[in-house]
Design a protein around this ligand. Structure first.
Ligand SMILES: Cc1cc2nc3c(=O)[nH]c(=O)nc-3n(C[C@H](O)[C@H](O)[C@H](O)COP(=O)(O)O)c2cc1C
Length: 214
């Protein structure tokens, strides 16, 4: 750990100018997401989800983006997890994507709503059978006595569903959609003088682009 202060990487692969940026942030996100996919970065759909807990502290954890549609960013989780409790108390969140291979970060903030049951059904049934069973097994975010507890529940749940072709969607599992009101695209540049373009939504639905100091 001695050399931490000397770890230093210059960012010089790309730039983000007002001329290059798309006027619509979701289209700009689509361009960068495709480039992240093409560049082979690990788990390009992984992002940090920040929420506000009951006592006002920020909470953050890694999640996987599963769709961008109806003007929002969709992810799936357990509706009784800590993050779900946070979102019930404060239905707002920030998502932060890091695509290090491209020296890029995207931060997205806005209100969060549950997706419809039909949308959750559709995604749930597209998952591998084992993952569907996993959703039944884990009381996400609850303290459990041991690893054995989960293994035992897995065996019991597999047995319960062994004759069922279709695993039902658990009532405590589903998706959320974050509808952005702000999206910031950050492109690493030399000498720590990075490009930052912030898209903010006006009441009439128009997006304004502001350059922020790095
Ligand atoms: C790469 C990666 C992807 C993850 N994707 C998800 C996800 O899509 N949904 C989810 O509920 N948890 C996901 N997790 C687990 C969460 O980070 C977290 O541990 C879990 O959701 C419980 O969070 P909470 O107690 O704050 O509710 C992922 C973790 C990692 C490292």
């Amino acid at each position: 750990m001695d050399n931490l202060a000397n770890l230093r990487q210059e960012y010089k692969k790309h730039q983000l100018t007002e001329e290059l940026a798309h006027s619509e942030p979701l289209k700009q996100f689509a361009v960068w997401f495709q480039e992240a996919m093409n560049s082979g970065v690990a788990e390009p759909n992984a992002f940090i989800l920040a929420t506000v807990s009951e006592n006002g502290t920020p909470e953050a954890r890694v999640m996987l983006l599963k769709g961008v549609d109806n003007g929002g960013f969709v992810f799936f989780t357990n509706y009784e997890s800590d993050k779900a409790k946070d979102l019930a108390d404060f239905p707002v969140a920030t998502m932060c994507f890091l695509w290090l291979g491209l020296e890029r970060q995207v931060r997205i903030s806005g209100p969060v709503h549950k997706v419809t049951r039909e949308e959750s059904e559709q995604y749930f049934h597209s998952r591998p059978r084992e993952s569907q069973i996993g959703a039944w097994v884990s009381p996400q975010s609850q303290p459990i006595p041991s690893r054995d507890f989960i293994e035992k529940r897995l065996q019991e749940t597999m047995q319960k569903f062994q004759d069922k072709e279709i695993i039902p969607l658990p009532s405590n599992w589903g998706g959320y959609r974050l509808v952005p009101v702000e999206i910031e695209f950050w492109q690493g540049r030399p000498n720590r003088l990075h490009d930052r373009l912030l898209y903010s939504e006006h009441e009439d639905g128009r997006w304004e682009i502001t350059r922020l100091a790095p």
